[in-house]
Structure formats: C-alpha cells, structure tokens
Design a protein around this ligand. Structure first.
Ligand SMILES: [Fe+2]
Length: 276
C-alpha cells in the first residue's frame, strides 16, 4: 500500500439562502456547485461575480430527466450551451433519475425503471448534451425510497451501463449510497465495487436523518460518521477527485460549516492510495 498526500478540491453547493454563509467560508473551499436552475437568480446578487471570479464552478442540474421518454429539449440544450460558455464550469452533472413525467415536473428525484430501452435512451441524451456543450458530464447515483418489482435495489450495474455507453463520468454521492444501503439492506462497499471506479470524476457528501421507517438524504445537517467513512473508502479507490458538501436547508453557523469542511479535509487526508 502506497501512502500519498491527497489534496482534492473541496467545495459546497450554493443557494440564494446560503450565499452569505458560503461567502464567509470562501477561504475554506476550492469550488462551488451551483444548480443550473438557480443560476439566473444567483447571478443577480452582489456576491456572484466575486465567487465566480475566484472559485471553480461545478454546474449541477435536475432538468435532464435522464429516465423519461423523449430527448433533451432544444431550449435546455441552448441554455446549457450559454451557461457553459459564460461560466466555463469544470464539470456538469445531473441525476440517474426521472424528474419529469408526461411533461409535468415531478418535483423530486424518482428512480428510473432500468429497462434496456430506458438505459439506451439515457445514454443517447447524455451524448447529445456532451456534443452540444463540450463540457465534462457526470451522472449521479440518487437516493431512492422505493424500487420497481423485479429490479435489484442496488442500481450500480445500471448506472455503470449508461455511463459506459455514453462515455461520460460518475458523480458518486456517498451519502446516497449509505442511505440506500440502510433502507434496502445492502453492503455499501459492494456498491462501490460494482461501479467502474475509474469513471468517478467527483463526489458528493451530505447529511441524512431518520424520518419514520426511512433514513432520508436530507441535506440539512452534518454528514454522519458512516457517510464520512464511506467517503474515505471511495477516495481510496478514486484518488483525489473533487468533493462537494451538499447543504440545502437548516443552514448551520459559520463555525459549524467551517468545522464540517475541515472534518471532510481531515478524513480525506487519512486516505491511502491503494492504486498501483
Ligand atoms: Fe448528491
């Protein structure tokens, strides 16, 4: 085992409501992740230019609805092309999910039904998006709270199939793996091993909380020790890829956020690169 010093880029996702908080922590982060759907309102703020001038930008979207029938709309492609040319993001990511059903916004991430046709269409959408925008595209594993009869709860194989067919990368959300592993009783390390790990281009981590019988990927608290441990296991395999802390509501104090970012850096510094 070869010990090396890992210094991946650490960042946080950005909301209008968390803008003052993130601004206080600019020295603690290397990049920010912005939702494509929020760029317009964020760009009207005073802090926006300061942030995009000094920090790398990752764009994250939920508009592609990879698992829906039908292609990516021309409006979305044109708008994405504009966002890429104006912000020069390092990466663009969206979810291995359905967010639109029969033209209506679902308002949440729903697992897709992984039939051969759905997986083939998903890869085709991603290819068109990458050809049009020229940006690196990463597909994210989601947290889900139901599964389709006849399909394995562990969706790593289906995700791998689409990523390979589209020749894109993976945004590995370690908290989503942890949440799914608890709710559907599988081994999170087996999930990692079922992925083409060389395709992982970035990592998400977030907090979760128990609501009724389910553990929910809530993005409203500090990551659990289990999630941080899974982050370490993932980084051992992937090497130093960018890590983004997702925090969407119930925002913490500046001190708590700084400590959380510091804990993530510390956990990563404990990693050993086991690759040849
Ligand atoms: Fe995520």
């Amino acid at each position: 085992m070869k010990e090396i010093t890992l210094q991946p880029s650490i960042g946080i996702n950005l909301h209008l409501d968390s803008l003052p908080l993130v601004r206080e922590c600019l020295n603690d982060i290397d990049h920010v992740e912005v939702m494509y759907e929020n760029i317009r309102e964020l760009s009207r703020t005073e802090s926006w230019n300061e942030i995009i001038q000094y920090k790398s930008i990752h764009i994250h979207s939920s508009s592609m609805s990879i698992g829906s029938t039908g292609g990516v709309t021309s409006d979305f492609l044109c708008s994405s092309e504009l966002a890429v040319s104006s912000l020069s993001p390092e990466i663009w990511s969206d979810h291995f999910a359905i967010t639109r059903l029969n033209g209506y916004e679902a308002g949440r991430l729903l697992p897709l039904r992984p039939t051969n046709g759905v997986l083939r269409d998903a890869a085709a959408k991603i290819k068109i998006f990458m050809e049009k925008t020229g940006v690196r595209f990463l597909l994210e594993n989601i947290a889900y709270y139901f599964r389709y009869p006849g399909y394995d709860a562990m969706d790593a194989h289906y995700l791998a199939e689409v990523v390979t067919a589209a020749d894109c990368e993976i945004l590995l959300d370690v908290n989503n793996i942890f949440v799914n592993a608890i709710n559907f009783n599988f081994d999170p390390l087996s999930y990692l091993q079922a992925l083409p790990i060389d395709k992982v281009g970035a990592i998400h981590i977030a907090g979760s909380r128990r609501i009724g019988p389910l553990l929910v990927d809530s993005h409203d608290c500090t990551p659990s020790p289990e999630s941080l441990n899974l982050l370490v296991e993932a980084i051992k395999l992937t090497g130093p890829v960018p890590v983004t802390l997702e925090w969407d509501s119930n925002f913490p104090s500046v001190d708590v956020l700084r400590q959380t970012l510091s804990d993530i850096r510390h956990q990563i510094s404990l990693c050993s690169d086991t690759r040849a």
